[in-house]
Design a protein around this ligand. Structure first.
Ligand code: COA
Length: 171
């Protein structure tokens, strides 16, 4: 297990191609993909996403979406991490957790650790977060991480509230 970040309760590690079934299972729940609009059709499809989207980010940018496990028993509960979006020339924070893990502060704990990693270790200047206005839980996570709301946009036909945070370590 290639662990990148440890928090009080969580481990964040890089995904591998063998994680396709975990990604598939996570996205099977329509409540989990309700605001993400990216259902995964099969384990083959999950493999393709790993190969084309998730794994290349590790090599190109030294960061990406990381698998999140509970430290105590190593249960996989979802993912959290940073992603460089070339189309906007910015790095965004994202997360997705199994319903059984919601409401325990895990998203905030993982997201906060990713922001800290992005600023301290990767020396990123700015991190952005986006969520649909109706996705109150996700907006709340961004706010609890100290991100500042900067306005609404439409991204690929879906409304999005945009938040940003500048690296306090870079003047
Ligand atoms: C959004 C998500 C990551 C939140 O995960 P989580 O582990 O439950 O988040 P946390 O427990 O750290 O914090 C959630 C906060 O949102 C609040 N919240 C959750 N649902 C809410 C709702 N419907 N209305 C208002 N607040 C809500 C919680 O009360 C909590 O705030 P509090 O600590 O001030 O009480 C999780 O629901 C998820 O994975 N959803 C599916 C995928 C997704 O939508 N990802 C984000 C795409 S932008």
């Amino acid at each position: 297990m290639n662990v990148i970040i440890e928090t009080d309760r969580l481990l964040l590690r890089t995904f591998t191609i063998d994680d396709a079934p975990l990604i598939y299972d996570l996205n099977l729940d329509p409540e989990v993909t309700r605001y993400t609009h990216d259902p995964i059709k099969s384990i083959e499809h999950a493999k393709e996403i790993l190969e084309k989207v998730i794994l290349p980010q590790y090599v190109l940018y030294n960061h990406g979406r990381w698998a999140v496990h509970i430290r105590r028993d190593l249960e996989f509960i979802g993912w959290c991490g940073l992603k460089f979006r070339a189309e906007h020339n910015e790095t965004d924070l994202g997360y997705r957790f199994k319903k059984s893990a919601w409401g325990k502060g895990y998203a905030t704990e993982a997201a906060f650790a990713c922001i800290r990693y992005g600023f301290k270790k990767l020396e990123l200047k700015r991190i952005v977060g986006r969520a649909e206005p109706a996705n109150a839980g996700s907006c709340r996570v961004l706010e609890k991480c100290g991100m500042n709301y900067i306005g609404d946009q439409v991204i690929e036909v879906h409304p999005a509230r945009t938040y940003e945070l500048f690296n306090p370590l870079i003047p």
